[in-house]
Design a protein around this ligand. Structure first.
Ligand code: SAM
Length: 424
């Protein structure tokens, strides 16, 4: 049997993102860029994202069925995991078709003995029936809260432990539940564009629009692709847009220096509100993308390379410094499920240290009365609440105006943290 291209592509995406540490979306773009467009590319993306969201649960099930799970090779576990995802959670593929490709692919890559193992394990998985999709099985076959949460909600044990210590078990389960489904697709309408009122009217009829200029969609359609190409719409998560509103972005004094601007997602949100924004970042590639965004949206946002240790090349002081800080990304696991399998507690500590330096540098750029606004897309006190408490203790000339975190019942599927401070 020839292997369906979607499964080969999905395994290639997983190899790039898990073994070579490429970002998941970059791995998807690379692999799909080499394939002819069609339904197989959509299926490959769904398989890779779906498998990564549920990998912990799938590995747990396989550990119940394999004779020697610890010594099973990662290559075999990945084929088994992808096939198990397809059998239990994808829907629409007949069981025999999944068994066929999984056994044939294993025989080709790992030999007949391993192909027999795959055949036996997947048949036993099918025999588990609906139990495999119910929490009871996971609760009864684990001992203790953390192993249960790690298996059922598919996350590393250190993350469940850290969230329970920081936020309590109830909140932890809500955060974890949100990581298991894709978040809604957010759209930001460029209110400075002449076509904005028309687009808003169309979108308000066909989708939910919780903000004046922001809507949610189930998927990114050809209609939206055209609107984006014309500069009237931008894809941006609703949680990212909401945190800016929660921090009262409309009232920040400008000029605003967006000192971690990246590709400019939030810089252009501010520019669309009529703010004067300057952008800087240490990443030249992202700044290049920001400049192309500037042309697409028809908005001038001067961009320059962050100076590292030296002074910023500014003739007048910004009235607001906005820091969308590099962070561990634990609040956006629904959109970027690869992060939970790559991030370590040591990474989080290193990022907290980097954020301390960036915050201290930004504090010195502001005149009296200036605003310092700090945002992360993570759920980690050392990078969020504790970070800001520490900053305020070390910089008594700043006072806290607003501190927010996306509510667990927001339905946005992602969690941002933000703090706005004022220099006396
Ligand atoms: C969370 S991302 C920013 C996303 C962006 N604001 C947006 O909305 O699209 C963090 C950015 O911080 C940048 N960064 C990391 N370390 C930095 C530093 N020391 N100074 C300035 N930028 C830094 C990264 O290159 C990355 O683009």
């Amino acid at each position: 049997m020839s292997i369906p291209p979607a499964r080969s592509m999905a395994l290639d995406i997983l190899r790039r993102t898990l073994d070579q540490r490429q970002d998941l979306q970059a791995a998807v773009d690379t692999v799909l860029g080499m394939a002819a467009p069609g339904p197989e590319t959509g299926l490959a993306t769904e398989l890779a994202y779906g498998y990564l969201r549920l990998r912990g649960r799938l590995d747990f099930l396989l550990s119940l069925l394999l004779k020697n799970p610890v010594q099973t090779s990662p290559a075999l576990k990945r084929i088994l995991g992808l096939a198990a995802y397809e059998l239990l959670f994808l829907g629409g593929v007949p069981e025999y078709a999944t068994l066929d490709w999984a056994v044939s692919l294993t025989k080709k890559r790992l030999g007949q003995t391993m192909a027999n193992v795959v055949n036996g394990v997947l048949r036993n998985l099918i025999r588990l029936g609906p139990d495999a999709r119910h929490a009871d099985l996971y609760r009864t076959r684990t001992t203790g809260v953390v192993p249960f949460l790690a298996a059922w909600y598919s996350c590393p044990a250190w993350l469940a432990r850290m969230w329970i210590a920081a936020y309590g078990q109830e909140q932890t389960e809500l955060f974890l539940r949100a990581t298991l489904s894709p978040p809604p697709v957010g759209v930001r309408i460029n209110q400075t564009h002449p076509g904005a009122p028309d687009l808003r009217r169309v979108m308000q009829q066909s989708s939910a629009c919780p903000g004046d200029w922001s809507c949610v969609l189930h998927s990114w359609t050809d209609f939206m692709r055209d609107a984006a190409r014309n500069g009237v719409a931008t894809r941006q998560s609703l949680a990212a847009q909401s945190i800016m509103g929660d921090l009262d972005v409309a009232r920040w004094p400008d000029p605003i220096l967006d000192a971690c601007a990246g590709r400019g997602g939030k810089a252009f949100l501010m520019a669309e509100l009529g703010k004067t924004v300057w952008a800087s970042d240490i990443n030249v590639f992202r700044l290049r993308q920001l400049r192309s965004e500037s042309r697409r949206l028809g908005l001038a946002v001067p961009a320059f390379l962050a100076p590292g240790q030296g002074p910023y090349p500014l003739r007048i002081a910004p009235q607001t410094v906005f820091l969308d800080a590099p962070c561990s990304g634990l609040g956006v696991l629904a959109r970027r499920p690869d992060i939970k399998w790559k991030r370590t507690p040591e990474d989080c500590a290193g990022l907290a240290e980097l954020q301390r330096e960036i915050l201290a540098g930004a504090a010195g750029l502001l005149p009296s009365g200036g605003h310092l606004v700090y945002v992360t897309c993570t759920l980690h006190p050392d990078e969020n609440q504790t970070q800001i408490q520490r900053f305020l203790a070390l910089h008594p000339q700043f006072s806290l105006l607003i501190e927010v975190q996306t509510a667990t019942d927001s339905g946005l599927g992602e969690f941002f943290y933000g703090a706005a401070m004022r220099k006396k």
